[in-house]
Design a binder for this molecule. Sequence first.
Ligand code: NAI
Length: 279
Amino acid sequence: ITRTLCSSAVRNAAIKHVTVIGGGLMGSGIAQVAAVTGHSVVLVDTSEDILKNSAKNIQGSLKRVVKKKFADKPEAGEEFVQKVMNNISTSTDAASVVQKTDLVVEAIVENLKVKQALFSTLDKVAPAHTIFVSNTSSLPIADIASSTARLDRFGGLHFFNPVPMMKLVEVSIAAGTSQQTFDALLDFTKALGKHPVSCKVSHGSKEDIDVAMKLGAGYPMGPFELLDYVGLDTSKFIIDGWYEKEPENPLFAPSPLLNKLVAEGKLGKKTGEGFYKYK
Ligand code: NAI
């Protein structure tokens, strides 16, 4: 951990200063992880009381980490917690703190109008280079971004709860998001020690879907890996059987891709190729 704190990756990265808005469950976790990896973090919420509680939660979480990682060196552990906490400051005035930030991560209430109002205000005061992201679970990034004039520098970073534990981050973008922004978000996610999966297009690649189901949903294998492991011919028999019983259920509709792979003799691991290739 101490190594990642001083990592040169952060020193050279485009995103060094991060403003996290919303000090609740997700925002506190995001601020913690960013601070642990050497970023300078400002955590924003609506009141000093909430922020005190956020800081307490972050400190408590760090102490739990330290108990394990520095079990035989409690002083080094204490120093580590202090160093991380020194990377975090708090504020109730987002507009004043975004003036020197490279990235704004929004993790406030899941309400489109409230998120739009926040970003619309910040758009007018944040530097031109600042990237805005939302941690929204369900709202379209384009709808939130439309409240700003920086569509090219707007995206989504969807962290998973609990943030310090969960490796997965979904990086999503809207039609107007630039490649440069997307790349910067991927780099930032990696600098946090997380595993980004791209949600650049609505249909993720099989690799992204497999990683998301393993790291996000805790599956031991991704669905495509599992299909290859079971055998695509066997999987086709199973799905065709269900389809015969329930032809009106869209979940069991024949899959052209599965049928094609089976017709080509690509039956998964046992034949050396299915969705993936095997040596
Ligand atoms: P939370 O309720 O724990 O925290 C939200 C915080 O935002 C509160 O402390 C609140 O005071 C603050 N807040 C509300 N409006 C604000 C404003 N205008 N300015 C500054 N602060 C404001 O909520 P949680 O769970 O952290 O969720 C935050 C966002 O993350 C939501 O969009 C949610 O959909 C998303 N999310 C939540 C996950 C979860 O497991 N809880 C997982 C992934 C995403």
